[in-house]
Design a protein around this ligand. Structure first.
Ligand code: ATP
Length: 211
């Protein structure tokens, strides 16, 4: 099974990487693809270019074969839709299960995603639950959960897509927003993200305060 973790990764940090590695272990993934999205133009704050975000991701996963960086959304014109990404992965891997990893917050809003009904036909969903985190109780996403939920990763075996599994994955108190804020304030974000990523940020002068 191949895992997929989307995000802006602006920049990638230890919260993403621990989450990814623990998803590989908990779901027994052959590999997990980190898929950076094109940043919507209305997103606030200084943002690195797609090429810079890709370079930081590659530096972050170097030496960890289970984690791969997949830049397909950066080269695809137009908005980055998860459904398109999963469809192109499905075409490349017709006989292997796919599993989209996402937080409970994102899962709750799944019915706002472009062509969301097609997603369970393309991949399993692994929903990371946080202690006290809420799952949808009513509405179309709650119905999907009721119909597709399996008890554990074993419940996904033998199918290429369509299951929903809840997993306990850690969520470190790190966000890219905080790292950008520290850098913009001239402070040191070390130990929130891998050193090789911080080196790229420093070399290229990323996330400095705008004049
Ligand atoms: P920003 O602060 O810029 O909004 P972010 O740090 O939340 O960014 P994203 O690139 O938006 O990072 O996140 C990509 C994916 O990683 C999302 O599914 C998000 O839920 C998850 N994620 C982000 N931060 C963490 C964390 N600290 N622990 C676990 N997962 C995380």
């Amino acid at each position: 099974m191949i895992g997929v973790l989307g995000g802006t990764f602006d920049p990638v940090h230890h919260g993403h990487l621990r989450f990814a590695l623990e998803a590989v272990e908990a779901l027994r993934l052959r590999s997990l693809k980190l898929v950076p999205a094109r940043v919507p133009p209305h997103r606030p704050g200084p943002a690195a270019t797609p090429e810079e975000r890709l370079a930081m991701l590659q530096a972050a996963v170097a030496g960890t074969p289970a984690l791969e960086v997949d830049g397909r959304e950066l080269v695809r014109p137009g908005p980055s839709y998860t459904v398109d990404t999963l469809a192109s992965l499905r075409a490349e891997h017709p006989h292997e299960a796919l599993c989209l990893c996402l937080g409970a917050d994102a899962f709750r809003a799944l019915d706002t995603w472009h062509r969301w009904r097609e997603i369970p036909a393309l991949a399993h969903l692994a929903v990371a639950r946080r202690p006290g985190g809420r799952l949808p109780a009513r509405g179309p996403v709650a119905e999907l959960l009721q119909q597709a939920r399996v008890d554990g990763p074993e419940g996904l075996a033998g199918r290429l897509a369509g299951g929903v599994v809840l997993v306990d994955l850690p969520r470190l108190e790190v966000s890219a927003t905080r790292i950008r804020a520290l850098l913009a304030a001239g402070r040191d974000p070390r130990w929130l993200l891998p050193d090789p990523v911080l080196e790229i940020i420093r070399e290229r002068g990323l996330y400095l305060a705008r004049n």
